[in-house]
Design a protein around this ligand. Structure first.
Ligand SMILES: [Zn+2]
Length: 262
């Protein structure tokens, strides 16, 4: 149901341990970002489960052939916990993941610096772009969308010293075909979204947002492409709201939906 290309793609954001290592300040984080801050022990349990169940964690989307045992792991926003908490566990399990970076936030409190990002890259992690402003792309002018896609890619590649940025994660999940086409024109090969797939398979990957309050059973259910009935209602409401409302109205509704269903 939630899969595109028959590949399960998991979307993580920040991890937390007891020291609450998350960015401070409401200005830079999305509405409800805290719902995605997973406890580091839960993340370790997920990796352990993937290993125990012999999942093949894809290190390059080009290898993402339709196989139910394939999975891609992604992290959005470039928070510091990606380096301090997720990276050691990924190394422990010898698993590679995608990290989607917002260049203007690099080095700011709570976010990774270029040294950390370069270390991830050197360890075989895949570094992608998550735009410049984290604004909803569908609200921007064509020239701004071009800038978000082009400059972020260039900036990351300059800082990595290698032309390796071929994946883009669409901020806040609002996307359309014009954005996909523009991204491909600029040189991206893979676009990761976080909504129901309405795009041709091949280059656009839908993702399942892993939530903080998930039990292990809920994670296993997601890996099966399933969702509890109550969540499915909330998902459909959210999906419809994204179609109808602009960002401001959507975020207002999201607060209400989170209250009701979470
Ligand atoms: Zn984001």
């Amino acid at each position: 149901m939630l899969k595109n290309n028959n590949i399960m793609v998991l979307m993580y954001h920040g991890l937390v341990s007891f020291d609450k290592n998350v960015p401070k300040g409401e200005d830079t984080r999305e509405v409800g970002a805290g719902f995605y801050d997973l406890n580091v022990q839960d993340f370790e349990s997920h990796l352990q489960w993937l290993q125990d169940n012999e999942y093949n964690v894809i290190v390059d989307a080009k290898d993402a052939i339709a196989d139910r045992d394939n999975v891609i792991i992604t992290f959005d926003d470039g928070e510091n916990s990606n380096y301090s908490l997720a990276f050691p566990l990924l190394k422990k399990f010898n698993i590679k993941a995608y990290f989607f970076i917002i260049p203007p936030r690099v080095g700011r409190p709570g976010y990774m610096g270029w040294d950390e990002i370069r270390e991830l890259h050197a360890a075989g992690m895949i570094i992608g772009s998550h735009g410049l402003s984290h604004e909803t792309l569908t609200n921007l002018l064509d020239t701004q969308i071009d800038e978000e896609l082009r400059s972020s890619k260039k900036n990351i590649e300059i800082n990595l010293g290698a032309a390796v940025v071929t994946a883009f994660s669409v901020p806040r999940g609002f996307c359309n075909m014009a954005i996909v086409n523009k991204a491909v024109e600029i040189g991206y090969q893979y676009i990761f979204i976080s909504e129901r797939p309405r795009f041709p398979a091949g280059q656009v990957f839908n993702r399942v947002a892993v939530k903080r309050n998930w039990s292990m059973d809920r994670f296993v259910m997601a890996m099966d492409g399933k969702m509890p009935f109550k969540e499915r209602i909330a998902f459909n409401v959210r999906d419809l709201a994204k179609l109808i409302l602009r960002e401001r109205g959507y975020n207002m509704l999201r607060r209400i939906v989170i209250k009701i269903f979470d």
